[in-house]
Design a protein around this ligand. Structure first.
Ligand SMILES: CN1c2c(nc(N)[nH]c2=O)NC[C@@H]1CNc1ccc(C(=O)N[C@@H](CCC(=O)N[C@@H](CCC(=O)N[C@@H](CCC(=O)O)C(=O)O)C(=O)O)C(=O)O)cc1
Ligand SMILES: N[C@@H](CCS)C(=O)O
Ligand SMILES: [Zn+2]
Length: 774
């Protein structure tokens, strides 16, 4: 029996990679220093897993930005617009790589970044591969091989982790019409063969090929692509042990297909889909190894050894022990690094800490499960099991989890809680005179630059070097500056800037009961950006207003409307570590009721526009379409519970980013927000087509510039995007705004970008008959 791990977090236990990348991008450190940081993180990760006793330690799970971008780089899928950078021999390879991720505006070149979107149902974002008809592929980067050899020099024969060719293609996007990207499989597989043969020559034994699409709905062509790929690989590399990994869901109707592929092992996510084990054991040929994904890579709760051992026993009954592997359910990329980094005195009490396991502890759990599976009778193993069960029981019986009044509030919910009084058309008639806005109203999504200073004030307050009062005064001055500046450039609906928030979910988690937060539980979200998801351990309630003070303060400074800014219940749920003892829908209803109280209080304070952000609503969709309806029903209902408390003259906004809307547009309309702002610019307004086709009735703000890139857009390109929007949607329906909040940008980029955006809206108003200069 072997143990393995599908991937280890790569940001470093102290976010070394974030700090090193950002210093390099800012020109404050050298490429060599960045590369050294990468090498140190890899070495540390390999050591941790080696010391834990993991048999097959992953390599190539490290990335300077994203593993899908790494694959595009490896197979030379580099869009033509970056070729100018390639031809400049002085540019190191990594600069080209970062240009693809972040855009490039230097040396007279102005190149936009590649699109970024959600990695399945996680809060991790990947860079979308771009394909054209007859896309050629060639081995461009030897990263996979280099990292294998690097570990080998350190005495470790790793199991390289490679995104499988079918999933790689399916994660991408056709950039021209007239072909389907899956047709490129025959062009692509030879490059994979090239890599695999080189690994074989370097004495690699196991190679992990990730094919998460096997846990999704597949059409005939995609199924054939799987058969073609794995037969071809087997033929070319008969001595390499290919471990095919699936995760985030069950194989279901793809089980036969997966079991027939000529690979050496198959990995199942038994946390998300434990029921698939039995069926797989019946189907899987005896000579194939089975990897049991028992340790949850997506949540932070300690593994219940007893429950895992039951699954292991089931497997042992039908399969010989030496064909079994014990593993994490998916890559530990989605887990924080190390619970030991949590110092006492934080919200994480000793009682709660004993319920948790982060990545370092999880690899320990994988090794412990093997120990227990091999000989549970040994005294030290009995003790291991007892200690584990004591922690599991303590969570089940703890008095801090349930609150009677929260349960009662949820069971008293009626359809009235989730319905506005009047339909949108009627509400609009009341909102128009209440708000007095021009055609193409301009606004932003909420946050303004979280500058080094703002973050430092928070850090100083934490260390006790600033009092609460001093901190509040500093945040007030930043807010006032932002209000004055927005008035100055002529924005129509203002925001307070969210300077007081560390993060749009953590900030709420810190103020709601039923949540705890960590000091160092960072998880990569994209590139160098990390989040510290709060932990929901118990029933959720709102002891007191969370945003009213800051919003009212900002509103008191101006005659213009300031939007109240809240994170919606589905997003708070999705971006937190969620309790595993009740359905997600129940937890979401509890959060929805808490947000509803906040919405009511904001309205009472005279706030006329309230935005409830739901960027994670689409992300929460189950992987299989057959499960969508049930999820969307409760998710949309929860949004409506939080929003429907207001009078009809109050305007409710929502905001979504990184989402495709085509397949769920009916449900987006079902949210019944008066205005929705969406990310649109990286896809050049393509996302609007769904709204146009559906004849989406409410108002929409399609993002006109990409806030993830430091690149400053021109007024003309924003006008062009708005013209595009105008060609598919009635102009009275349109708002003008960026793609998302501006917290990750500096003022140097934000100021000209927003000034130009306001100018673009003004230019557009001039071209319309109904338009009035503001
Ligand atoms: C909008 N997005 C969000 C997602 N998920 C969230 N939970 N939040 C989001 O906003 N998902 C989708 C998108 C895109 N994803 C992200 C994710 C993360 C960021 C981001 O800006 N992250 C920041 C960290 C934010 C934070 O928690 N800041 C804290 C602590 C800051 C810190 O590092 N402090 C320093 C000390 C201060 C100093 O001296 O500078 C330290 O601890 O060392 C805070 O502000 O208090 C990031 O930098 O990664 C954006 C989009
Ligand atoms: N209001 C948030 C939404 C991000 S999705 C922000 O502006 O950062
Ligand atoms: Zn957003």
């Amino acid at each position: 029996m072997l143990t393995h791990n599908l991937g280890y977090p790569r940001i470093g236990s102290k976010r070394q990679l974030k700090k090193a990348s950002e210093a390099y991008w800012a020109g404050k450190s050298t490429l060599r220093e960045l590369q050294e940081t990468g090498a140190n993180i890899r070495e540390e990760n390999w050591k941790i897993q080696q010391e834990a006793g993991i048999d097959l330690i992953p390599s190539n799970d490290f990335s300077f930005y994203d593993q899908v971008l790494d694959m595009s780089f490896t197979v030379g899928a580099i869009p033509e617009r970056y070729h100018e950078i390639v031809t400049d021999q002085k540019k190191p390879e990594l600069d080209l790589y970062f240009a693809m991720a972040r855009g490039y505006q230097k040396n007279g070149l102005d190149i936009i970044a590649m699109e970024m979107t959600k990695w399945f149902d996680t809060n991790y974002h990947y860079i979308v591969p771009e394909f054209k008809k007859n896309q050629p592929f060639k081995l461009f980067s030897t990263k996979i091989l280099d990292e294998f050899k690097e570990a080998k020099r350190q005495g470790i024969i790793t199991k390289p982790v490679i995104l499988g060719p079918v999933s790689y293609l399916l994660l991408g996007k056709e950039k021209e019409k007239g072909f389907k990207r899956i047709e490129l499989i025959k062009n692509l597989v030879p490059v994979y063969l090239d890599i695999l043969k080189k690994l074989e020559e370097s004495n690699a034994t196991w190679v992990q090929l990730d094919e998460p699409f096997l846990a999704m709905d597949l059409d005939q062509e995609e199924k054939e692509a799987f058969e073609y790929t794995y037969k071809t690989i087997r033929k070319a590399c008969p001595n390499l042990k290919i471990l095919l990994t699936t995760y985030f869901g069950g194989l279901d109707e793809n089980l036969d297909l997966a079991c027939e592929l000529p690979v050496c092992g198959l990995h199942l996510d038994l946390v998300r889909a434990p029921k698939q084990l039995e069926k797989t054991l019946d189907k899987l040929p005896q000579n194939l190894s089975l990897s049991l994904g028992l340790v949850d890579g997506r949540n932070i709760w300690k593994n219940d050894f007893k429950a895992s051992l039951e699954l292991l026993e089931l497997a042992k009954g039908k399969k010989s022990e030496n064909r079994l592997l014990i593993a994490s359910s998916c890559s530990l990329l989605h887990s924080p690094c190390d619970l030991e980094e949590e110092k006492s005195g934080s919200g994480l009490t000793a009682e709660i800490q004993q319920w948790l396991a982060f990545a370092k502890q999880k690899v320990g759990e994988i090794a412990s499960l093997k120990q227990l599976a091999l000989d549970s009778g040994l005294p030290e193993n009995q003790q291991l099991l007892e200690e584990n069960q004591k922690a599991i029981q303590s969570k089940k019986t703890s008095s801090i989890i349930h609150k009677q009044e929260v349960g009662q509030a949820v069971s008293s919910l009626t359809p009235g809680h989730s319905t506005r009084n009047k339909p949108f058309g009627e509400r609009r008639k009341l909102q128009t005179p209440n708000l007095n806005l021009p055609l193409f109203p301009t606004t932003t999504i909420g946050s303004f630059p979280q500058t080094k200073e703002v973050r430092q004030w928070r850090a100083l307050k934490k260390k006790g070097k600033l009092t609460q009062n001093q901190y509040d005064e500093l945040i007030k001055s930043e807010t006032e500056m932002a209000i004055r500046w927005q008035e100055g450039i002529g924005l129509d609906v203002l925001v307070h800037g969210e300077f007081e928030r560390n993060d749009m979910v953590e900030y709420f988690g810190e103020q709601l009961e039923g949540f705890v937060f960590t000091q160092n539980g960072w998880v990569q979200s994209y590139g160098s950006r990390c989040v510290k998801p709060p932990i929901i351990y118990g029933d959720v309630s709102r002891p007191e207003p969370m945003t009213v003070g800051w919003t009212s303060f900002a509103q008191s400074l101006t005659e213009k409307n300031v939007k109240g800014m809240l994170t919606g219940p589905v997003t708070i749920l999705q971006w937190s570590f969620v309790r595993n003892d009740q359905p997600r829908s129940t937890t979401c209803q509890q959060i929805a009721l808490a947000i509803r109280e906040e919405v009511a209080d904001l309205e009472k304070e005279g706030i006329k526009i309230i935005q409830i952000d739901e960027p994670a609503l689409r992300e929460g969709l189950p992987l299989r379409q057959s499960d969508w309806e049930a999820y969307l029903d409760w998710a949309v209902e929860c949004f409506r519970i939080s929003a429907s408390v207001v009078e009809d003259k109050t305007q409710i906004h929502t905001h979504m980013c990184y989402s495709e809307f085509n397949d769920i547009i009916k449900h987006i309309a079902g949210m019944d927000a008066d205005v929705i702002t969406i990310e649109c610019s990286r896809s050049q307004m393509e996302l609007l087509d769904a709204f146009a086709e559906f004849q989406y009735p409410n108002e929409i703000g399609p993002g006109v510039y990409d806030i993830h890139s430091p690149r400053i857009p021109s007024k003309e390109e924003m006008v062009e995007l708005l013209e595009k929007a105008k060609s598919v949607l009635p102009e009275e329906q349109l708002w003008v705004n960026p793609d998302c909040g501006l917290k990750t940008r500096g003022w140097k980029e934000t100021e000209p970008a927003l000034e130009r955006m306001v100018q673009a809206a003004k230019a557009l108003r001039k071209t319309t008959v109904a338009g009035i200069e503001n």
